[in-house]
Write a protein that binds this ligand. Sequence first.
Ligand SMILES: Nc1ncnc2c1ncn2[C@@H]1O[C@H](COP(=O)(O)OP(=O)(O)O)[C@@H](O)[C@H]1O
Ligand SMILES: [Mg+2]
Length: 281
Amino acid sequence: MTALNKTGASPPPAHLRVVGDRGASQKAGIRLSAVSKTYRSRDGDVPSLQPLDFHINAGEFFVVVGPSGCGKSTLLKMISGLLPPSTGEIFVEGEKVDKPHGNVGIVFQNALLLPWRNILNNVMLPIDMKRLPREEFLPRAKALLKLVGLEGFERKLPWQLSGGMQQRASICRALVHDPKIVLMDEPFGALDAMTRERMNVELMRIQRETGKTVLLITHSIPEAVFLADRVLVMTERPGAIAAIYDVPLPRPRSLDVMTDPVFSELVQRIRKHFFTQSALD
Ligand SMILES: Nc1ncnc2c1ncn2[C@@H]1O[C@H](COP(=O)(O)OP(=O)(O)O)[C@@H](O)[C@H]1O
Ligand SMILES: [Mg+2]
């Protein structure tokens, strides 16, 4: 392996690097200003999110945890432009979001690969849909597959891969068009515990090496603390911000960090938010 080894210390290859993204101004990243959502339905209004204000820095790994139904997926859909907020404004890289935009890559709970397309062509899907030049993006798709350990599987069909491998391919698909930000909605919920831990380590390495801004939703508090620069804890529906925690654990992190007292203490503090509430997802 070349620049993509486990230490995360070596620089990313040129075609995966995001230039000038880190430490950028308030304009970079994601900003929410008084963003709320109430769904209108035949049975009446469903208030889902109370007005939220927060900012995610460029290059930050930002994780949201909260009880089932508190509006986490709603939040993600609004940031991607798929769903309009009821009030407030969202800015991605300084641009107001008022329609679906190409500046995001999305990863869902299940890989959702197209069964008739091979792995490489599944990863290339956003390029084909956006009618971008294939020749230009093919090397990037292949480099991403290599980055997640799927080199040699380009021509395989999804069913020939394990669940964890499929989810890794879906992460490549979210990154292939080089979006500024990556939104992940409980991406590892369908995986077994061991695969999930491995995916966490790999995702952290990918994020480090590509410098992407990542917003990840999870119902696992240890996963949140392990991955995040900051963790946003939400209240029950209609969701509001209960707290935002800094995770002062140094990077690069390995799974050993879970035995660090700072890690356990933070997990405990976050868990306390839910003691009086129903269980998480
Ligand atoms: N299209 C919709 N119409 C009406 N209510 C909805 C719709 N989508 C979601 N909701 C409601 O909004 C709340 C938040 O949903 P969601 O964002 O999916 O929560 P989470 O992802 O945190 O589990 C839930 O109570 C859900 O029932
Ligand atoms: Mg959800």
